[in-house]
Design a protein around this ligand. Structure first.
Ligand SMILES: Cc1cc2nc3c(=O)[nH]c(=O)nc-3n(C[C@H](O)[C@H](O)[C@H](O)COP(=O)(O)OP(=O)(O)OC[C@H]3O[C@@H](n4cnc5c(N)ncnc54)[C@H](O)[C@@H]3O)c2cc1C
Length: 398
């Protein structure tokens, strides 16, 4: 976007050329030209006494006719033949939003060799329509081609709301889609709703997690939000009926400048942490790196993953990939055991969706007890080894 020229009013006086702080206005023989360097600062508009310059209205570009946008969409993330579980969570949340607005719920599936069953499964989570773009160019994720395709689909079908997972893929290309469509995007929402006016209410922690901000996008479409995995609950709707549409798009969408040669899977705990049914997390109460051994021992015993508070990560006792919380991973396992973790709000937002929370802390006033299902007020160095011993004894291992 750049400043606009009304050629009928422009006298080619050159005042704006001199005024432009970034040299984006060039004086030609009988006209002026504004280059892409324009920052929309508006100085030229103020200096032009003939009213020949103006700024484009933000948010009323391609999406000006808001009423022509209808429906809620979920970007269903497909990786190596499988749909990411966050897509099921978002479809369930999207279904509620679509019902509130009385509109249809669509799912977008981009990939290569997508089976009918894979597409149909999205219907069982409440999608009325599944739009499949199946092309060899989509076999491996690249920002450029994936965003070209999603932008083109949105332009053609005009959904009013688009939800996507705040996964590494979602975080990578969804902002690009929003920028291309000149619309807003709220990242890492923890709650979604519909206002009385029908707008998407996008709630997320702000100011370091101290307040929850609800954000709206009234002037542009689609209204876009990302949500971290495990924040919403998936709900299957057996017998739900919907349509699968395989969509053909212009060849230009599939041209990219990047070729993915190889994908090397992560070796760290991160993937395991978000998928684990049981997580045992250690905090600063552990006092030193070596003491993480008791957390690891307990985690191994219950087939769980090892989590950490930022306090423990900052001490350098464990790798950042284990961190749970606002700036770490959001998790929602069946069982979350917090050992020596105080329960700062930034930690809680990443784990309070866990089904059962057991907190071990020697301070009875520690905030972790506010969210704990079972609170153990004890010295962790007494309690955890005793618990390990008890489990081993119950299993006949000692
Ligand atoms: C913008 C921002 C983002 C952040 N993101 C995150 C995040 O993603 N994740 C996160 O965890 N934090 C995050 N934080 C940091 C957060 O505010 C806390 O500082 C951090 O969670 C504290 O870690 P902790 O609970 O391990 O340590 P502490 O707050 O020091 O708590 C240690 C706890 O251990 C207990 N304890 C001590 N000894 C024992 C013992 N022997 N037996 C039993 N209990 C004992 C103490 O009573 C205490 O409650 C963030 C902060 C900011 C500002």
């Amino acid at each position: 976007m750049k400043a606009l020229i009304d050629r009928k009013k422009c006298t080619v006086c050159g005042v704006c050329t001199d005024a432009c702080p970034v040299g984006a206005i060039e004086l030609k023989e009988d006209h002026i030209e504004i280059s892409d360097d324009c920052t929309l600062c508006g100085i030229c508009v103020d200096t032009c006494e003939f009213g020949a310059l103006s700024l484009p209205e933000v948010g009323t570009g391609p999406a000006a006719d808001l009423s022509s946008y209808r429906g809620v969409w979920v970007y269903a993330e497909w990786r190596d033949g499988a749909v990411h579980s966050v897509s099921h969570e978002l479809l369930s949340a999207g279904r509620v939003l679509a019902d509130k607005k009385g509109v249809e719920l669509g799912a977008v599936l981009l990939g290569s060799g997508i089976s009918e069953d894979t597409a149909r499964e999205l219907v069982s989570y409440g999608a009325d329509n599944v739009y499949v773009v199946d092309r060899p160019e989509l076999a491996k994720f690249t920002d450029e081609i994936y965003s070209n395709v999603l932008v083109e689909l949105i332009k053609q079908k005009r959904p009013e709301i688009l939800l996507a997972g705040a996964t590494s893929i979602g975080r990578s290309f969804v902002p690009r889609v929003a920028a291309s469509l000149q619309t807003g995007l709220t990242a890492d929402c923890t709650e979604l709703g519909i206002s009385p006016e029908g707008l998407l209410l996008q709630t997320r922690p702000a100011f370091g997690g101290n307040i929850m901000a609800t954000i709206i996008c009234p002037n542009s479409r689609p209204q876009m939000a990302t949500v971290r995995p495990k924040v919403m609950r998936p709900e299957k709707r057996e017998g739900y009926e919907g349509e699968v549409e395989r969509v053909n798009l212009p060849e230009s969408c599939f041209r990219g400048r990047v070729e993915v040669l190889e994908v090397i899977p992560e070796k760290d705990q991160t993937g395991r942490l978000t998928e684990a049914d049981v997580i045992v997390t250690g905090g600063r109460g552990l006092r030193k790196a070596e003491n993480f051994a008791i957390v690891e021992e307990l985690a191994n015993l219950v087939n769980g993953a090892v989590g950490a508070s930022r306090g423990a990560v900052e001490e350098g006792w464990i790798a950042p990939s284990h961190q749970v919380g606002q700036t770490g991973r959001t998790v929602a396992p069946a069982l979350y055991v917090a050992v020596g973790v105080s329960g700062a709000i930034q930690h809680l937002v990443g784990m309070q969706g866990s089904k059962v929370i057991i907190a071990v802390n020697k301070d009875p006033h520690a905030p972790i007890f506010d969210v704990a299902t079972y609170g153990v007020i004890a010295d962790l160095f007494d309690f955890v080894p005793a618990l390990i011993k008890r489990i081993r004894r119950e299993r006949g291992e000692i």
